[in-house]
Design a protein around this ligand. Structure first.
Ligand SMILES: *[C@@H]1O[C@H](CO)[C@@H](O)[C@H](O)[C@H]1NC(C)=O
Ligand SMILES: *[C@@H]1O[C@H](CO)[C@@H](O)[C@H](O)[C@H]1NC(C)=O
Ligand SMILES: *[C@@H]1O[C@H](CO)[C@@H](O)[C@H](O)[C@H]1NC(C)=O
Length: 256
């Protein structure tokens, strides 16, 4: 690639990260998804991703709970997430444990954000015939590893506040059956700390999403920026089922 080509490729970037496009002269330029299209991708990621990182802030006043020096500092930890709320599938469903430092900070008045990262499914093992490596003239060579860059993959941050999901703590109610059935299908081990267990007090809550910051990947081919909360909420189940994320198998009979 000529240095001038590289320079013109790098100029329009909005991301701190990028790679040169494969072919800058072709006419089939990459179409950057809109914020609404990115909302659909983000909602699909929510339905397929069991873990996220919740950031909270330690209380600004000192207490016996935390050592001096932590006041007002950010606190980010991995938490189980899901999209199990039948009324609000766009609001992540969380199981809030009173003993957890994340939920203690929130109970003390902290704001929060939830970071979610798309992790593609693992690639299938390369299919090579058993004898191919014995034959130096075999054309059956190992496939080239795909170009991989974690910063090319979507990730985003949801801001909002928690509220209880009415009825969800009661396994006999309709809401309880739906929320708890869905949640334990994603997190089977969580059956030990469902609401009403004898060890830790816990409650099902929804994260009411008020702001969304999305980084779709490299800025010359992905949207980077804020997603409107009503766009986030209005994404339908059908829209979520019709899109595919990087590394997912393409939809049958559809050229993506
Ligand atoms: C546990 O947390 C919930 C939600 O923050 C709260 O309503 C409840 O009072 C807490 N329980 C105890 C024993 O502090
Ligand atoms: C939480 O965020 C809101 C909205 O920006 C702000 O008004 C409020 O002061 C924040 N709360 C805390 C405890 O920082
Ligand atoms: C989000 O979109 C809705 C509907 O199109 C619009 O009314 C609202 O002003 C938008 N909000 C922001 C923050 O742009």
């Amino acid at each position: 690639m000529k240095p001038s080509t590289l320079f013109s490729t790098l100029l329009p970037l909005t991301s701190a990260y990028s790679i040169p496009k494969e072919d800058t002269t072709s006419n089939n330029a990459v179409k950057i998804p809109t914020a609404r299209e990115s909302a659909i991708l983000a909602r699909r990621i929510l339905t397929l991703t069991p873990l996220g990182t919740i950031s909270t802030i330690f209380p600004s006043t000192s207490s016996s709970r935390n050592p001096p020096g932590t006041e007002g500092k950010p606190h980010a930890l991995m938490e189980y997430i899901s999209a199990c709320d039948p009324l609000y599938p766009s609001h992540p469903t969380l199981l809030s444990l009173n003993i957890s430092s994340t939920f203690k900070n929130i109970a003390s008045g902290s704001n929060l954000s939830l970071a979610i990262t798309w992790t593609p499914p693992p690639l299938p093992p390369p299919s090579r015939s058993l004898l191919s490596h014995l034959n130096p003239f075999s054309h059956d060579i190992a496939p080239q590893p795909q170009f991989y860059s974690a910063v090319a993959l979507p990730r985003y941050s949801l801001m909002g506040y928690l509220e209880p999901i009415p009825g969800a703590d009661d396994p006999k109610s309709d809401a309880g059956k739906q929320v708890q059935g869905c949640y334990t299908a994603i997190h089977p081990d969580a059956k030990y700390w469902l609401p009403g267990n004898r060890i830790h007090e816990s409650h099902f809550v929804r994260l009411v999403v008020t702001e969304i910051y999305w980084v779709g990947g490299f800025g010359d081919r992905a949207y980077i920026g804020w997603i409107n909360a009503s766009d986030w909420e209005s994404v339908t189940k059908e829209e979520i089922e019709r899109v595919r994320l990087p590394g997912e198998k393409p939809l049958e009979g559809k050229d993506l």
